[in-house]
Design a protein around this ligand. Structure first.
Ligand SMILES: Nc1ncnc(NCCc2cnc(NC(=O)Nc3cccc(C(F)(F)F)c3)s2)c1Br
Length: 274
């Protein structure tokens, strides 16, 4: 078989479109590959910034991890290239942008919509955990939506902050940290189960369960460490049960991913449920 050597991309291969968002290290643009007309998102990272934050290894890890992930709910990283000043990530374009903006616009999602996204998240997390990859940064800013409203987990590197409606805390909110990370304990893929619980809570209520309220960050840490949260009355009994079984202090007590996928709250909202 002929070994397909990937093309060496340069910026000249692309027509650049509008800006899609900007991050700590650079901006994201809509782009079209000239010969195929294929639409992508191009993330432009400033090399001197990366070096200043000695993030080169992390970027290599992201590219390596993404190279062997193929899942409908994981945003593809097709390749990367660089010039003197920038590294360019060639990414799958998610036409409906950040889940976070849609959530802010309608305050909170219906249980049916939230359960669809949580089921897609659980499918993607089950897939990456089987490959012993931990995302560690599950939060609405890192979740994108494609044209068919399919959720795409993005950014196995750093978070991208949209220009507007940024969360109160800059660069990576503490809201999603599990107790073992707040207490600097060793952690494994079960941290993503905790974050899935936080995400489920936030999609259904519009706020994170341990939201950094007025009295500052350390109370958030204390509340996370004690798994101290209350669920508003409008949340259904099934959703309440799923959230509580994920937001368990002890990682070994958290509902495993396969049980999330067959949880009553997930099954009852499946469209063509038999
Ligand atoms: N509508 C859209 N459709 C597609 N994409 C969109 N936004 C980009 C989402 C991303 C996917 N992957 C990413 N990866 C990184 O940013 N990595 C990154 C960044 C800085 C430093 C580093 C490191 F060097 F520290 F690792 C690694 S951002 C949008 Br809006």
């Amino acid at each position: 078989p002929t070994i397909r050597t990937p093309p060496l991309w340069t910026l000249n291969n692309f027509d650049l479109g509008s800006g899609l968002g900007k991050g700590q290290f650079g901006r994201v643009y809509l782009a079209r590959e000239k010969t195929s007309g294929f639409i992508v998102a191009l993330k432009v990272l400033n090399i001197s910034e990366l070096i200043k934050n000695n993030a080169e290894k992390q970027l290599l890890r992201e590219v390596e991890i993404q190279n062997n992930l193929r899942h409908p709910n994981i945003l593809r990283l097709y390749g990367h290239f660089y010039d003197k000043k920038y590294v360019f990530l060639i990414l799958e374009y998610a036409a409906k942008g950040e889940l976070f903006r849609h959530l802010r616009k309608c305050t909170r999602f219906t249980e049916k919509r939230a359960s669809k996204y949580i089921a897609q998240m659980a499918g993607a997390l089950g897939y990456i955990h089987k490959k012993h990859v931990i995302h560690r940064d599950i939060k609405p800013e890192n979740l994108l939506l494609d044209l068919d409203d399919q959720l795409k987990i993005a950014d196995f590197g750093w978070s991208v902050h949209a220009p507007s409606q940024r969360r109160k805390t800059l660069c990576g909110t503490k809201d999603y940290l599990p107790p073992e990370m707040v207490e600097n304990q060793p952690h494994d893929e079960k941290i993503d189960l905790w974050s899935l619980g936080v995400l489920c809570y936030e999609l259904l209520t519009g706020n994170a369960p341990f939201e950094e309220s007025a009295n500052g960050r350390d109370t958030t840490y204390k509340r996370i460490a004690k798994a101290d949260f209350t669920i508003p009355d409008h949340v259904s009994v099934d959703a309440r049960d799923l959230i509580s079984s994920l937001l368990q202090r002890d990682p070994n007590k958290r509902l495993p991913i396969k049980n999330v996928l067959n949880h009553p709250w997930i099954l009852k909202h499946q469209k063509n449920s038999n």
